[in-house]
Design a protein around this ligand. Structure first.
Ligand code: IPM
Ligand code: MN
Length: 362
């Protein structure tokens, strides 16, 4: 089993280091190889996704990814910006199915900005289509227009589009995932306005005929954004397009009060996957040793479960994390009165300790 390790920028290197220590503590045999990605790769090789990094990722069974980006790259031409690395990996590896769980950990109910009763026990799974939609649709561009949409004015445009196979396969992923949970799927669209999303809705409805055991409902994205803060526990599996999924998954993550806790998985049709925390590179706290490594550690658990066929090892990581939270340790992002504030390294140490202890006592 080969893991490509791509720590990236900002806090990426610190949090990935802890996830690797946790993986090492499991005593399984993986081959791990590290490469530069994002701003770090741009600095060293002039490109955010160098050929060698892409090759390593393609050949690995799984990619463990930290985070990319820094404001200092905002002025670069778009193809050279750090974000292009993650978009390029998604496209080149065909990682069309993005799983973003939003789970509210019992001990962290108080960290949410919502009332405890609204989010206690929250467990939503957002399934975001990741390689289509307006993110990748052509044509796109910018032009000085004499003949354009607004005569005489400069303009820019992107194209929202989905093909039948793209919608069918993500719908199947969602129905299959729901089968292992509460058997409910909400498909989020904007069919009242957009042709692309009327098409999306029609196809999801068609595919649903193969899954009579699953309950399906459809919701417009604006209403979904509202319902997520009004009554989030009404949702179970949400399936949606690339852009709506980007926005709703941040919203759902924040419901739990702790984006520093949330892992994600992006899979292709052969279950090769890229695993990364749901948060970004946080340049403001980079290098300070205060970032929360738990989202990345939990991403490593998802990697073991989905791509490396090591469900038991994944369980061990997840229970170690729960154990550490129960013991009262908190990084700054999830700290509250009465808990003990620790740094990135100490949090990693605690998870490693919990895992090793479990190994001894069985
Ligand atoms: C995410 C991020 C990315 C996205 C950016 C960094 C390209 O926001 O993974 O949600 O928009 O998909
Ligand atoms: Mn996002």
């Amino acid at each position: 089993m080969k893991i490509a390790v791509l720590p990236g920028d900002g806090i990426g290197t610190e949090i990935v280091a802890e996830a690797i220590r946790v993986l090492d503590a499991l005593d399984l045999s993986f081959e791990m190889e590290t490469a530069l990605v994002g701003g770090a790769a741009y600095e060293a090789h002039g490109h955010p996704l160098p050929e060698a990094t892409l090759k390593l990722a393609k050949e690995a069974d799984a990619v463990l990814f930290g985070a990319v980006g820094d404001w200092k790259y905002d002025k670069l031409d778009r193809p050279l910006r750090p974000e292009q690395a993650i978009l390029g990996l998604r496209k080149n590896l065909g990682l069309f199915a993005n799983f973003r769980p939003a789970i509210c950990y019992e001990q962290l109910v108080g960290a949410s900005s919502l009332k405890p009763e609204l989010i206690a026990g929250l467990d939503i799974l957002i399934i975001r289509e990741l390689t289509g939609d307006i993110y990748f649709g052509q044509p796109r561009g910018r032009r000085t227009a004499v003949d354009g949409h607004f005569p005489g004015a400069d303009e820019a445009f992107d194209t929202m589009r989905y093909s039948r196979p793209e919608v069918e396969r993500i719908a199947r992923v969602a129905f299959e995932a729901a089968r292992k949970r509460s058997k409910r799927v909400t498909s989020v669209d904007k069919a009242n306005v957009l042709e692309t999303f009327q098409f999306w809705k029609d196809i999801v409805t068609e595919v649903h005929k193969d899954y009579p055991d699953i309950e399906l409902d459809h919701m417009y994205v604006d209403n979904a954004a509202m319902q997520l803060v009004k009554a989030p526990k009404k949702f179970d599996v949400i399936v949606t397009g690339n852009m709506f999924g980007d926005i709703l998954s941040d919203e759902a993550a924040m419901l739990t009060g702790s984006i520093g806790m949330l892992p994600s998985a992006s899979l292709n049709s052969s279950n090769q996957g890229l695993y990364e925390p749901s948060h970004g590179s946080a340049p403001d706290i980079a290098g300070k040793g205060v970032a929360n490594p738990l989202a990345t550690i939990l991403s490593a658990a998802m990697m073991l479960r989905f791509s490396l066929n090591q469900a038991e090892a994944a369980d061990r990581i997840e229970s170690a994390v729960k154990h550490v939270l129960a013991s009262g340790l908190r990084t700054g992002d999830i700290w509250s009165e009465g808990t003990k504030r620790v740094g990135t390294r100490e949090m990693g140490d605690a998870v490693v300790a919990a895992i090793t202890k479990k190994t001894i006592t069985g």
